[in-house]
Design a protein around this ligand. Structure first.
Ligand SMILES: *[C@@H]1O[C@H](CO)[C@@H](O)[C@H](O)[C@H]1NC(C)=O
Ligand SMILES: *[C@@H]1O[C@H](CO)[C@@H](O)[C@H](O)[C@H]1NC(C)=O
Length: 476
């Protein structure tokens, strides 16, 4: 019987030798040698804050407007830690628009008080462009990291009198306005927004006041150098303290890593680095390749395949929208550029591009494997987890490891090769021995499906299928 099975397998192998099929993978699995991978708990790197998305610019309303059933399914897909991706960060846009037309994010002070020292009149619509609803839902799933980020100050606080088309905040270095210095008023405005959320039961943990400050878009945006950002950071830090808020400051959501590096060094020269908790950058004009020079946490707060047509595959031909590509981008930002968080641009949106993880059309929706690439990291490396050393992974397999606060150790593998790779994971550095293991796999046909894992002689062994992502959870 045994002989007969082997014989069948080798015939199949011979017959299937050039086909990229699961048959071939199954046969290779029996032939490959198991590679011993070691997690070293004595090698400790950055502390993780998590993984997330934004629903800014009224994308949140796509979720708000769904029928209850689809709404719950989509919220589960985003935030549920057992059936979904278990995302842990939500980046909300702080509105600067006088209205809610098109995709505008309306301001909490749509009318100018006339001068920076006059009383502001605030309006809280309890919607915040749909973001309050999504925030409250995310909170129910355990999300505790909320990044409130203004793309611009309201137009009346700016050199160009408009939330759109760039312009600077009146009162930062080199930018004076006849209407006066609006730095303190803008800081009060941001604090008021945070207090509205606090009243709703949501503690906003991070606040940002710029988005892509080297770019003047036709939508909300505001220009700033690092030096000018530092002028405002100093005012905002004091204002947060006076209001007794624990919200920390994040800056500056540059378009790319290069400009964020320059802004960070200007912030340091201006003596404002220590007033920040987090340096934030996007990946559009340059990607996170190596760590930024800072003592602060670093987050990659926005990236997406903005142009490509909707792609839901994990692997097709290595294209920009594929799940495996995004798994690799997250891995690179975390392992090589010291990022403590990685956020995709949009979680849920309509339309036919890859700028979101889940695409909604009417009352139906499609889920990309990009969501599950985020899911392996987000469910494995929970907020507060410390990234630890890992070595010995087979070539073509990327690996990272995270020791969670509850003692759970997560290991994330991305097999970029076409053949399956067998790994046996050992843990050293004060580990009492692996007792419990679980594993999940994502590839073109599976989405964080349970995967068999064998525990023998203290090592947890799994076979990582070709072009797949596998995460392990082990406890001692
Ligand atoms: C997450 O999904 C599981 C399984 O479907 C369900 O039992 C649980 O209630 C969900 N969690 C939340 C917070 O909704
Ligand atoms: C990584 O980031 C942490 C802050 O999260 C910092 O203390 C550490 O120095 C950084 N490491 C490198 C290599 O830049």
């Amino acid at each position: 019987m045994h002989f007969y099975r082997l014989c069948v397998l080798s015939l199949c192998f011979w017959w299937q030798a050039n086909a990229d099929s699961t048959w071939q993978d199954a046969i290779l699995r029996t032939r490959q040698s198991t590679k011993s991978v070691t997690v070293d708990l004595t090698k400790r790197y950055q502390t993780m804050d998590g993984f997330g998305i934004s629903e800014a610019f009224q994308r949140a309303n796509v979720i708000v407007n769904l029928p209850a059933k689809q709404q719950r399914e989509i919220l589960d897909l985003l935030f549920n830690t057992t059936s979904g991706a278990g995302l842990t960060i939500l980046r909300n846009g702080i509105g600067s628009s006088p209205d809610s037309s098109s995709d505008h994010m309306n301001s909490i002070a749509p009318k100018s008080p006339g001068s920076p020292t006059a009383a502001m009149s605030y309006v809280w619509d309890k919607k915040d462009s749909g973001q309050l609803f999504v925030s409250k839902e995310a909170w129910k799933y355990g999300v505790r990291t909320f990044y409130a980020n203004a793309w611009s100050a309201p137009g009346y606080m700016k050199t160009n009198g408009n939330e759109n088309n760039g312009g600077y905040l009146c009162g930062v270095s080199g930018k004076t306005c006849s209407s006066g210095d609006w730095k303190q008023t803008y800081a009060n405005y941001l604090v008021k927004y945070l207090q509205f959320y606090q009243q709703e039961g949501i503690e906003v943990t991070h606040v940002g006041f710029l988005n892509e400050p080297e770019f003047s878009p036709s939508y909300a945006g505001m220009l700033s150098s690092g030096t000018q950002a530092a002028d405002f950071i100093k005012v905002l830090a004091l204002t947060l303290k006076a209001a007794d808020l624990s919200t920390t400051i994040a800056c500056c959501d540059s378009e790319g890593w290069g400009n964020q590096g320059s802004m960070t060094s200007q912030i340091k020269s201006s003596g404002a680095e220590n007033l920040l908790s987090t340096i934030t950058s996007h990946s559009y004009t340059s990607s996170p390749g190596s760590p930024l020079s800072t003592t602060r946490k670093v987050w990659q707060t926005e990236n997406a395949d903005l142009q490509g047509a909707w792609q839901s595959a994990f692997y097709s031909n290595g294209g920009a929208g594929e799940g495996m590509r995004w798994a690799g981008l997250i891995h690179n930002a975390v392992v090589n550029a010291n990022c403590s968080a990685y956020l995709y641009w949009i979680g849920v949106q309509t339309g036919n591009t890859n700028s979101k993880l889940i695409s909604v059309s009417g009352t139906s929706y499609s889920v990309s494997k990009r969501l599950w690439a985020f899911g392996h990291f987000a469910r494995g490396a929970r907020p507060g987890a410390v990234r630890v050393g890992i070595s010995g992974q087979p070539s073509g397999v990327q690996a990272s490891a995270y020791l969670n606060r509850d003692g759970n150790l997560a290991i994330v593998f991305i097999n970029t090769g076409s053949a399956a790779a067998a790994v046996a994971v050992d843990v050293k550095g004060g580990w009492k021995g692996t007792k419990v293991t679980r594993a999940w796999v994502t590839d073109n046909s599976k989405s964080m499906a349970d995967l068999a894992v064998v525990l023998s002689n203290g090592a947890a062994s799994v076979s990582v299928p070709g072009r797949s992502m596998v995460s392990l959870s082990v406890t001692e």
